[in-house]
Design a protein around this ligand. Structure first.
Ligand code: ADP
Length: 192
């Protein structure tokens, strides 16, 4: 059983790490950003609502995001755990996740926090813009996403730090080294 959150500023590489870490533990990755992008691509009602916020680098409203996550958690592949990427991003979402997990009788086991310097983040996102053409990877929107991270999402990290479940990982350098460091840290936490 592994119920894990991966956190870190936009561009820190958490999406890539999430895939490799989740594979190791045999659990699904649930990325709210990917779920939103799929809705936008499929032009669902939710996608129409979320797309505008995403293009401006703003958060999609908490209740919309939480409803989408709640539905995703109902899929049976989450029975042995999951790795959340991109949720919770606000203190309100921390409370919402607590409620969802309490209803399942399943506490969180660990929060992985990837630590990457700011200048490296912007460089990585601009590179990703060229490679993947994401509509929210322009310089202005990137700055807004970093600002929101500092203003809103740091408080999420603080809340989990107070619970003593945060595992901080150096997110600079080789992809493989970061993945192994994250896996060892989670295994340590699960064994404790
Ligand atoms: P990144 O981590 O690079 O910022 P994501 O793919 O995680 O990108 O998210 C892209 C966008 O999707 C966010 O800028 C936001 O608009 C929306 N989003 C994703 N997760 C959430 C969330 N938990 N709450 C509100 N909005 C979200």
């Amino acid at each position: 059983m592994a119920r894990i959150i991966i956190m870190g500023p936009p561009g820190c590489g958490k999406g890539t790490q999430a895939v490799h870490i989740a594979k190791h533990f045999g659990i699904p990755t649930i990325s709210t950003g990917d779920l939103f992008r799929a809705h936008v691509r499929d032009k669902t009602e939710l996608g129409m609502e979320a797309g505008g916020y995403m293009d401006r680098g703003e958060f999609v409203p908490d209740h919309v995001t939480t409803d989408m996550l709640k539905q995703r958690l109902q899929v049976p592949d989450t029975a042995n755990g999951f790795l959340l990427d991109g949720y919770p991003r606000t203190v309100i979402q921390v409370g919402a996740l607590d409620e969802l997990l309490a209803a399942r009788g399943q506490p969180l086991e660990a929060v992985l926090a990837l630590d990457v310097p700011d200048d490296e983040l912007v460089a990585r996102m601009l590179l990703r813009a060229r490679e993947q053409g994401r509509s929210d990877d322009t310089e202005d929107v990137i700055q807004r996403r970093l600002e929101l991270y500092r203003d809103e999402t740091q408080a999420v990290l603080t809340a989990y730090t107070q619970r003593g479940i945060v595992l901080t990982i150096d997110g600079s350098g080789e992809r493989e080294r970061i993945t192994s460091a994250a896996i060892s840290a989670v295994e340590g936490a699960l064994a404790a």
